[in-house]
Ligand binder design. Sequence first.
Ligand SMILES: Cc1cc2nc3c(=O)[nH]c(=O)nc-3n(C[C@H](O)[C@H](O)[C@H](O)COP(=O)(O)OP(=O)(O)OC[C@H]3O[C@@H](n4cnc5c(N)ncnc54)[C@H](O)[C@@H]3O)c2cc1C
Length: 369
Amino acid sequence: MNDLSFWEKVAFQTSYDLIVVGAGITGLSSALFYRQSHPGRSVLVLERGAAPRGASTRNAGFACIGSITEHQADLDRIPEEQLKTRIKRRFNGLELLKSTLGADAIGYKPCGGYELFRSQAAFSEAKQQIPKFNRWLLQLAGEEEVYTTGRLNGYPVIFNRLEGALHPGRMMKALIDRAKKAGIEIRWNAEVQQVVPAGFVLLDDGTEFAGDQVLVATNGFVKNLWPGTEVTPARGYILLTAPIDNLEWRGTFHHDRGYLYFRDVGDRLLLGGGRNIAEQEEATDQLGINLKIKEYLVRFAEETLKLPSGWKIEQEWSGIMGFTENKMPVVKHMEGRIFTAAGLSGMGISIGMQVGSEAVELLRSGSKK
Ligand SMILES: Cc1cc2nc3c(=O)[nH]c(=O)nc-3n(C[C@H](O)[C@H](O)[C@H](O)COP(=O)(O)OP(=O)(O)OC[C@H]3O[C@@H](n4cnc5c(N)ncnc54)[C@H](O)[C@@H]3O)c2cc1C
């Protein structure tokens, strides 16, 4: 029961054709694509933060389709066809992101991506896989000779010419602007407490909304609203250095199956990942810094990247991702009028918009009751 006035109920507690919970890349692009394909329908996005407060504004900004050792590690867990679907989703998602918002608006740089190897043996093993993945990219995306080898700053590398970097803050701002221009209503500071299969969405202050369909797009936080979901939270850590004179690492880089990554941000170096050395501790939806991971990354910066003495961490932060067992996103009907699009498994910048468009397809065909 809430104590809203008659006027408040009429003006601010109306029904919508679609209610989306979560204003990350998945929620907002689902809302945008839904509205574009159904211009007359009403769409409400509810976000708990005063701005998006999930992984979409706390990530590293890699627009990537995956390194060779990441793909090989995935092949130990999933069949070839599933991995091909994932690579295609990443490629299509990035194309969709660039064409929807514009490369300039998201600060996109087509700098390519390097996978860096510390051991010649690991490099030689990965190198053998290049012809296979180049064949796949030709088949899946029509792109030739995507992966090539080289040397950089004394290390063997595999270069992926399709990868790039973007500015997650600018990307999300551009997406919010697009959503607003499309006539989507976004309510900030609106933390959803409960979604009810009959289509009701309840906020913590008792406000209630009714949706013909409700899409829960809260990724690493889905369990809070739908405890039975297969999506589990996973925390990621990022550090950003103070400006470094003549920074030697320019572009985007992956290491060790994609678990560790770094890139330049102007004269600063952004370094993140390392979740694999404390996987259990990082299976949380609470922000925070794991000192074991921080020390591991600092050691990597000094011993492997050989940053000049006196380099400093200027800023550090964490963010919460949502993972599934096989790293495939969950886009499904849950119960009644409730649907979900979540579990982007650490690659949501690449696949977020693609998942959003898949969610809209599901809503179009999905059951309501
Ligand atoms: C450290 C880090 C680095 C990463 N680097 C990359 C990268 O370089 N490239 C890449 O492709 N991916 C990267 N990712 C993954 C990527 O950021 C995510 O996969 C993607 O942002 C997920 O988008 P989303 O919209 O599904 O979820 P989110 O962006 O998490 O959005 C969910 C939204 O729901 C809101 N919410 C949650 N609960 C409620 C509630 N009860 N009521 C209302 N609102 C609620 C949250 O505040 C949030 O805004 C990284 C992630 C992290 C954490």
